[in-house]
Design a protein around this ligand. Structure first.
Ligand SMILES: Nc1ncnc2c1ncn2[C@@H]1O[C@H](COP(=O)(O)OP(=O)(O)OP(=O)(O)O)[C@@H](O)[C@H]1O
Length: 232
């Protein structure tokens, strides 16, 4: 199977702080990968490098065989962990903004997702709750026909019932030729969608593997395994 992401001996330092330490990683087509780790373990830094927003200090990264740049940005759909839309916008303006910006934006898919998320196009962004903002951001990011979706803490602010529905929509809205990388602290809620997980500890890969194999080998859920690995 073809690799969408290839990372070789990659490190990232902020001044004298090492945020990522010699990461090696291959992500194949058609997979959903969970990047799991405590606060400050380097998850967001890794996602930003994959999305072409930050540059590594050492090592190499290839997305579909290319170094991060305009091409890779055009095939990677990134959901940052901070809001990046303008306050004056209504939901329909945010949709237009994305449509203008990304050639691969699928308006029909956006309409379906908005409906599913129970969001009205006339709503002002300033009137949305935190969970509703997350749902909108997810709608925007998943409405692109991207090769790689990169989601940083996608549903932390969404209530548990809606969470399950949104996870289903995430699974349904990506196809076999694309892959998805998701960071989360909500391991128990989200582990069902992962094919593979990577545990990051102080910028290093502590453990990585196929979810089914890890569950079988350790006779535990990924959530239980996570707690074991990160117990002080
Ligand atoms: N702009 C920055 N300048 C300096 N240090 C930074 C910067 N961004 C992150 N760091 C440091 O790099 C390390 C990794 O941070 P990162 O945000 O990647 O972690 P994370 O796993 O995403 O954390 P969280 O789960 O809390 O979001 C942390 O020690 C953090 O303090």
């Amino acid at each position: 199977m073809e690799s969408i992401v290839k990372i070789k001996d990659l490190s990232k330092s902020y001044f004298n702080k090492k945020a990522l330490d010699n990461i090696n990683l291959d992500i194949e087509e058609g997979k959903i990968i969970g990047i799991l780790g405590p606060n400050g373990s380097g998850k967001t830094t890794l996602l930003k490098i994959i999305s072409g927003i930050l540059r590594q200090s050492k090592g190499e990264i290839f997305i579909e065989g290319q170094k991060p740049g305009p091409y890779t940005k055009s095939v990677v759909s990134y959901l940052p962990d901070r809001n990046y839309l303008y306050k004056w916008m209504k939901i329909k303006d945010a949709i237009e903004f994305f449509k203008d910006f990304y050639k691969d934006f699928d308006e029909k898919r956006a309409d379906e997702l908005l409906d599913f998320m129970k969001l009205d196009k006339e709503m002002k962004l300033t009137s949305l709750s935190k969970g509703m903002v997350e749902k909108l951001n997810l709608t925007l990011v998943l409405s692109r026909k991207a090769k790689l979706y990169v989601l940083d803490e996608p549903i932390a602010g969404v209530d548990p019932v809606a969470r399950d529905k949104i996870l289903d929509s995430i699974i349904n809205s990506y196809d076999e030729n694309s892959s998805m990388i998701v960071t989360t602290h909500l391991v128990r809620d989200i582990e069902k969608i992962f094919n593979r997980v990577i545990f990051l500890k102080s910028g290093k890969i502590e453990l990585s593997g196929d979810v089914e194999e890890l569950r079988e080998k350790n006779q535990s859920s990924i959530d239980e395994l996570y707690k074991k690995v990160f117990e002080e």
